[in-house]
Design a protein around this ligand. Structure first.
Ligand SMILES: [Zn+2]
Length: 244
């Protein structure tokens, strides 16, 4: 029987809605088993443990804003003081590795007892474009969020593209992403230099493309309802969708 893929979206909030709607993150599942957590903002590890009763075995980092990596210290401590012995695979776009070290792994004396490195519990896997998790082929695709090559979406070919934080990327959605794939797209009500707003989605994407989009990364329920009223599907925190 063919494998069944699904995606669980634990948090859908913008950086200003991490507490109310959860830090934006998602979990790719194969046959209902999680195989890749996308982003690890504050609260994500706790939420993941609640749902799956374990720590993530693999994490992809889309970019280095703290609402996407602020939970990595919790992940470090959780793994360090658990009975689990496998290293957690941390897939990081190669262009982000040095800055990630500075932001999360450069704290003097990772443990008070000393003698340990932040990276001791992780297997860092720098990613250029193609990468594999448990044999499953995925791609990291540069999107538009601040500096070039500083933010990446995750593509499960033929199934889904998770944009991460981004401005509209019509050139990618039209020419790189398979027409069968659904698209999980950054979208708040209003545009700004870092993020997509509703008017951007309506202007930049064709009706056919918009029909495959699920918007997330909004501020509150009122914004979600306005995005839906414009004909764009939205994700709520805790949504699980079957793919393909
Ligand atoms: Zn961001």
């Amino acid at each position: 029987m063919a494998d069944q893929f699904s995606i669980y979206v634990g948090g859908v909030g913008s950086a200003a809605a991490v507490t109310s709607l959860g830090a934006a993150s998602a979990v790719l599942e194969k046959n209902q088993q999680p195989f890749l957590l996308i982003d690890c903002g504050p609260g994500v590890v706790e939420h993941y443990r609640e749902r799956y009763q374990c720590l993530p075995g693999a994490v992809f980092i889309t970019h280095l804003h703290l609402d996407h990596i602020g939970g990595l210290e919790t992940l470090f401590f959780s793994r360090r003081f658990s009975a689990q012995t496998d290293l957690i695979k941390l897939y990081v776009p190669a262009s982000l590795v040095a800055l990630l070290c500075e932001r999360v792994a450069n704290y003097p004396g990772t443990l008070a007892e000393g003698g340990e490195n932040f990276w001791d519990v992780f297997q860092l896997i720098p990613v250029l474009e193609n990468f594999f998790v448990q044999g499953i082929h995925l791609q990291a695709i540069a999107v538009r969020h601040h500096a070039p090559k500083s933010a990446f979406g995750v593509y499960l070919p033929g199934y889904c593209f998770f944009s991460g934080d981004t401005r509209p990327v019509p050139e990618i959605l039209s020419h790189v992403i398979d027409q069968r794939a659904v698209i999980f797209h950054d979208c708040g009500l209003h545009s700004n230099p870092s993020h997509t707003g509703l008017e951007d989605l309506l202007r930049e994407y064709s009706p056919e493309l918009r029909a495959r989009i699920y918007a997330y990364h909004y501020l509150n329920e009122e914004q979600r309802q306005k995005i839906e009223a414009a004909g764009i599907k939205t994700l709520r925190a805790g949504s699980c969708l079957t793919l393909g």
